[in-house]
Design a protein. Sequence first.
Lengths: 269, 274
Amino acid sequence: MNVLDPMRSAVLGLFQRLGHETLKSLRKLGRGHLFLVHVLSGMAYLARRPRLVSGQVYSVGVLTILLIAVSGLFVGMVLALQGYNVLSDFGAEESLGVMVAASLVRELGPVVTALLFSGRAGSALTAEIGLMKTTEQLSGMEMMAVDPVKRIVAPRFVAGLLSMPLLAGLFTAVGVMGGYFVGVGLLGVDQGPFWSQMQAQIDFHDDAVNGFIKSLVFGVIVTWIAVFEGYDAMPTAEGVSRATTRSVVHSAFAVLGSDFVLTALMFGD
Amino acid sequence: MPQPFSRDEVLVAIRDLSFGWGDRKIFDNVSLDIPRGKVTAIMGPSGTGKTTLLKLIGGQLQPHRGSIHVDGLNVHRIGLSELYELRKRMGMLFQSGALLTDISVYENVAFPLREHTRLPESMIRALVLMKLHAVGLRGARDLMPGQLSGGMARRVALARAIALDPMMLMYDEPFTGQDPISMGILVKLIHDLNKELGLTSIVVSHDVGETSAIADYIYMISGGEIVGQGTPDDIHGSDSAWIRQFMQGEPDGPVPFHYPALDYESDLMGIHSE
């Protein structure tokens, strides 16, 4: 027997696995896009049933408010503390307001909200839809001539889309207040320049609109991944558990990756 | 195998059906007819694809080969909107009941009515109460699905399945895991609903006694093929060893007690024949 044979078969096996995994991922990506088209085709159905969306906005958005507000407050407070240490070395403490607001509006607001949103609401959406599949509720709906993608998935998708920018706005606003409490209240920064520099330097189009666009894109990404993973889950306890984990992990990768691309497009010269 | 019903009598016609999961073959060239207005049972051991057959009839799965016609329509050739129209005339009772867990019993039964009709609320209420009364659960209308026993959940699902007055009902293992009283209630309901509403019923089950008590015609499926068919009397009187083993629940016979394995002695001694 040729001594190279085992090595050759190991290398071939490696390529085979690589090819298999790549094809599997591409197939899933294709299914995910077709699924998105299917979800979007449910908009006319939802237009006749706005209550389905408002009910989901409550469970996806309203119930996430506390987490977002508390996290925003602490992130703003930490930003002010860290920023003050650096800025005071240069005697630029008065720019603390700009620094806190710019960091929150441009980056931390949309990104951290998306990550928290995926952990709180995204995982719940995946688990809920996955369990509905496991308990044959989706199948039962199909047999009642009701399309589960339009009836169950589409309202949750729209609710995620509506909630994310609002939550990111809340995170940013509460974060700025946190920065104010620490900067002005604790560290003694003059509140005049704190607010006036913020007002002068933060641009509505360049900062606020771009931050809003980011949060909207992240809303689409996180909710899409969450509902698709739930719908595509293996209908077993293990399948739903894996889908929930994948939903959070893939959302984090997708949000951070797309944040880089969006930042490069919006703020890169 | 000769088809026992005339063309006019047949509501569901399955021809040369083949289907499988991956390499595992579930159906191999199966042909069978479901007659109108009767209770037809499809029996066989667990894992023979009885539920899969119902999903194929409902158009939820695509056969690899062959055709399924329901009321003259080829289920897998018609468009999605036509399939949905057809499904409004088919009810299916899932083994788990498949009730929507976030809404009450009342809302579950009202669900198909709200989705497919524009009836006023007073009419929906009357219809829901009538359907719930038919299954004996009018008093349970405000309960949530989580508060129901398994048998009650199936009865609610049955009320929901008949909400749109379908032409046929498919029951997936309706008797599995039921206590004797629930079982008796379900047997009576399937029989009475079929008779009084003029339905066509397909009951998939491996509960021999209950199923043969209400079935007009029985198909026995095993290994992807139909191994026997006929009236309950024909089946009970069959001289097929397999059917006798199934109907009488014998632990050994054509279906062996042991899963295929190596020779016992060699296995114990650790001798592996290549």
